[in-house]
Design a protein. Structure first.
Length: 575
């Protein structure tokens, strides 16, 4: 039986199913007696101390076995756990007599997590899972339950779970856990990121795991996002050999990570990394990135009760500019909106926040906030090759207004005798179909385009990519999407400018040859995807890809194009 999910980590794995089911947390329902508040709060303090100790142990283990980038996940968890607004919120509920400390902890954690879980950006939404993980550990410690963990798993197994917290994944032994399958989660979850770091094939988002039985044989096809249950002896033997071949391929990819991204006929392609924080740039460099194609600045606004100051932002932007040592760093201005409940900014609740008050629309409506960020970006540009990128542009008027505010900031800095790059490049994200259609006009007002395929696809196809009922309609290789991409690339080239791509499609191996043929200048992606995409680039010619793109554009359906793309990868042994 073949079950369809979402690719979380590439590769093939074979083994026996081990279902990881945690003991359910039951929240006690009792009223704190008069005079018992201090004792109740002491329970929280003890649980917090135990939680921090456990997280620090996990951090040290992760640092030793995976490296500083992965260990930083647990440094962040420790910082979140110690956030005063978390403990203050819990204590306030207990002191008010409204509930006991366990119930107060659950409610406060859920409130924090829901801020992130309601967001449209999958990267940001997964941070809600991080907060849930911290809350789960706190509650288990408070109730005297065993903490989560997988150190007890033995044998060659396919680990099957509803979901995996980062701390679960950090405790994995890759010599034992050969593959991962989860009902929830996706490619941007920390579980997926860490599975890729550990090079464990993973399939996520199956919906449920009822079909799985302990000890039965299974095959995880991480690249395709499929799981095969109860394979025949012949199938099992075949996939066992394919799994071994994939491990050899991984080693070759690592060895070629720092080779130039040049096609067989000499065409150079820029392969950049997507990051969420300045520290992530080090991993991008390690994986062979030639720059940063998308630096999401949302964390700076979401991690604090107050808006980040100019100096705080300047420090972060300067750090990444210096770490990249003169290589391009494209920094997106704040992409926040009604789907993101921020402690530092009171945003209205909206019926349809993805089409509402968000991104550049907020920036232009609140120039006081926008100017703080632009000034910080300009000041940091004196320390590296920073580019500024505006999100969710739909009209020329928006670009003109944003650039006018940028010019005001430049003049202010000149008056203050503060250094910045006078020739800083300014671009826009093409994620609204209107922007793609008028890209021949927009290109006159910017230095570059970067295509945000996640939103461009869902807006073009009118598909909520997070809606499980219609998720199959979200098709990046849809003919309409490819035609819009071609329009944007052609418009930029006609004016001697470049187009990059920072959506998930930029790191999708099935799209690489088509995008190369369409003339895409820069691919930006999760750092771990860079070696594979680089390998594809180095295995093909630009001329060949132009023929592939032309043929794809003649096809009628996304299914035809997807099948064609898969066949090309298989022919070249790149799948």
């Amino acid at each position: 039986m073949r079950i369809k999910g979402i690719s979380g980590s590439r590769g093939i794995a074979v083994g026996n199913v081990y279902k990881y089911i945690q003991e359910e947390i039951v929240i006690p329902d009792y009223i704190v007696p008069e005079g018992g508040v201090d004792q109740e709060i002491a329970k929280f303090a003890g649980a917090m101390a135990a939680t921090l100790k456990q997280l620090d142990n996990i951090r040290k283990k992760t640092l030793d076995e995976m490296g500083p980038e992965e260990a930083a996940i647990f440094e962040a968890h420790m910082q979140i756990a110690q956030d005063p607004s978390l403990s203050d919120g819990i204590k306030a509920l207990v002191e008010s007599g409204a509930m006991n400390v366990v119930a107060a902890t659950e409610q406060t954690i859920n409130t924090f997590a829901d801020i992130f879980l309601g967001m449209e950006d999958p990267y940001m939404r997964e941070r809600g899972a991080d907060i849930k993980d911290i809350g789960d550990r706190l509650l288990r410690n408070m109730l005297g339950m065993n903490p989560r963990g997988l150190s007890h798993v033995t044998g060659d197994v396919i680990l099957v779970a509803h979901d995996l917290a980062p701390s679960d994944t950090a405790s994995l032994d890759k010599s034992i856990v050969k593959g991962i399958v989860t009902a929830a989660g996706g490619p941007t979850s920390h579980a997926a990121i860490m599975a890729r770091t550990l090079e464990i094939p993973a399939v996520m988002g199956l919906g449920d795991i009822e079909a799985f039985t302990n000890s039965e044989r299974a095959v995880v096809l991480g690249t395709d996002g499929d799981v095969i249950l109860e394979p025949t002896d012949e199938e099992f033997a075949s996939y066992t050999q394919k799994a071994a071949d994939f491990q050899k391929e991984l080693q070759l990819l690592k060895e070629s990570a720092n080779l130039p991204a040049v096609t067989t006929d000499g065409h150079h392609v820029e392969l950049f990394g997507n990051i969420g924080k300045a520290k992530d740039s080090k991993n991008a460099l390690t994986m062979g990135a030639a720059g940063i194609g998308l630096y999401r600045t949302e964390f700076l606004y979401m991690e604090n009760d107050t808006l980040p100051t100019e100096d705080v932002q300047f420090g972060e932007y300067k750090k990444v500019a210096e770490q990249m040592k003169g290589q391009p760093v494209i920094i997106r201005t704040m992409d926040i909106g009604g789907d993101k409940e921020l402690k530092c900014l009171d945003l209205p609740h909206e019926m349809n926040p993805f089409l509402g008050y968000r991104a550049i629309r907020i920036s232009l409506n609140r120039p006081d906030i926008f100017k703080v960020q632009l000034r910080a970006l300009l000041r940091a540009s004196a320390f590296g090759d920073i580019h500024i990128m505006y999100p969710m542009i739909a009209s020329v008027e928006e670009v003109k207004k944003a650039n006018a505010i940028l010019d005001e900031c430049k003049q202010e800095l000149r008056n203050e005798s503060k250094d910045f790059n006078e020739n800083i490049k300014v671009g826009i994200m093409i994620e609204v179909p209107a922007a793609a259609v008028i890209s021949p006009i927009l290109v006159k007002y910017v230095d570059f385009f970067s295509i945000g395929t996640n939103d461009l696809c869902q807006y073009t196809l009118a598909v909520d990519r997070m809606n499980e009922n219609i998720g199959y309609l979200y098709q990046p290789l849809h003919p309409a999407v490819l035609r819009l991409i071609k329009t944007v690339i052609d418009a930029s080239h006609a004016q001697g400018k470049f187009t990059g791509m920072c959506g998930e499609m930029g790191g999708d191996p099935m799209a690489t040859m088509i995008l190369l043929g369409l003339g895409l200048d820069e691919f930006s992606m999760t750092a771990s995807s860079i070696p594979l995409i680089k390998n594809i680039v180095r295995s093909v010619s630009k001329a060949e890809c132009e023929g592939i793109a032309a043929k794809a554009l003649e096809m009628d359906t996304a299914e035809e194009i997807t099948a064609y793309a898969k066949s090309l990868l298989a022919e070249k042994g790149l799948n």
